[in-house]
Design a binder for this molecule. Structure first.
Ligand SMILES: Nc1ncnc2c1ncn2[C@@H]1O[C@H](COP(=O)(O)OP(=O)(O)OP(=O)(O)O)[C@@H](O)[C@H]1O
Ligand SMILES: [Mg+2]
Length: 269
């Protein structure tokens, strides 16, 4: 059963599940709207536009997006090619800046960070999963999976204590020493999932994570992401063209021409 919501603002009336995880309290960011810690959404987007300029040509990739995602949500973003999915994920993940409007993750205003602060922010708060897996080919599955923890300066014992159980959890316990070329696409993407989750980020952003996988493997990967979302309480937002993937999401945001066209909430998904 699906319920369609009009307009772009989401999050109202949503049973947010787990509130912010313990130990994640941070100093409030005070903006014109008041202290953000009073708000419940882990992702907030307001009035975001993005105009790319190429010489004389202007491309309006986003034309005014508002979005609220509560902690623990598992949300798919769908829409035709060019509708702005990647652009919006990049704005939320502090990989790109909006032309107008703002985005916040866990109360951190990400849309105004300079490059250095944006890199720190990503390392502390966001896990990324990419369509092409983006593993380092000369590193083993284990070394790829621990990479974000290494960047954060976590010592080797603590890295192992986090990464080994996660690799076992995703069914790669016996393949930790293999390099990406010795793994299937689905196995490589599971390494990327562990890499994204190892830092226990506030949100995982995934841009078409199953686009390179066959449909059976896509379904398995989505089920795994959904289980980890429930077990770890981490918010997932991912873009996809695949209706079998969309079916598994609890909330579906349909983008069209740089705007939120429709929001669907699936009961029991
Ligand atoms: N760096 C850029 N420079 C110029 N135009 C861009 C740039 N990045 C994206 N665009 C344009 O912005 C619009 C939105 O692109 P975006 O990549 O966000 O769409 P998408 O929904 O992710 O599409 P797809 O499903 O094909 O991945 C498109 O018209 C695209 O050509
Ligand atoms: Mg895209």
């Amino acid at each position: 059963m699906s319920m369609e919501g009009e307009g772009a603002t989401m999050g109202q009336g949503f049973d947010g599940g787990a509130a912010s995880a313990p130990g994640t309290a941070r100093a409030p960011v005070v903006g014109p709207e008041g202290p953000t810690w009073e708000r419940e959404s882990v992702i907030r987007v307001r009035g975001v536009t993005k105009v790319y300029r190429q010489g004389e040509l202007e491309v309006r990739a986003l034309r005014g997006v508002d979005l609220d995602l509560a902690p623990g949500e598992f949300t798919a973003m769908a829409g035709p090619s060019g509708s702005g999915k990647t652009t919006l994920l990049n704005v939320i993940g502090a990989l790109d800046r909006p032309t107008e409007g703002w985005a916040e993750v866990s109360g951190h205003r990400v849309s105004t960070l300079d490059a250095g602060d944006a890199a720190d922010f990503r390392l502390d708060h966001v896990g990324f999963i990419f369509q092409a897996y983006n593993l380092v080919p000369v590193l083993t599955a284990y070394e790829n999976a621990e990479f974000t923890l290494l960047l954060r300066g976590v010592d080797a014992d603590r890295r192992r204590a986090v990464v080994e159980p996660l690799l076992e959890r995703v069914g790669l316990g016996a393949m930790m020493d293999r390099r990406p070329p010795e793994l299937s696409g689905g196995q490589q993407q599971r390494v990327a999932v562990v890499r994204a989750l190892a830092t226990h980020p506030d949100v995982v952003l995934a841009d078409e994570p199953t686009a390179n996988l066959d449909s059976a493997t896509s379904g398995e990967l989505l089920d795994l992401m959904l289980e980890l979302n429930r077990e770890m309480g981490i918010t997932f937002l991912f873009s996809t063209h695949d209706e079998t993937v969309i079916e598994r999401a609890r909330r579906v945001i349909r983008l069209r021409d740089g705007r939120v066209d429709r929001v669907e909430i699936r009961e029991g998904a």
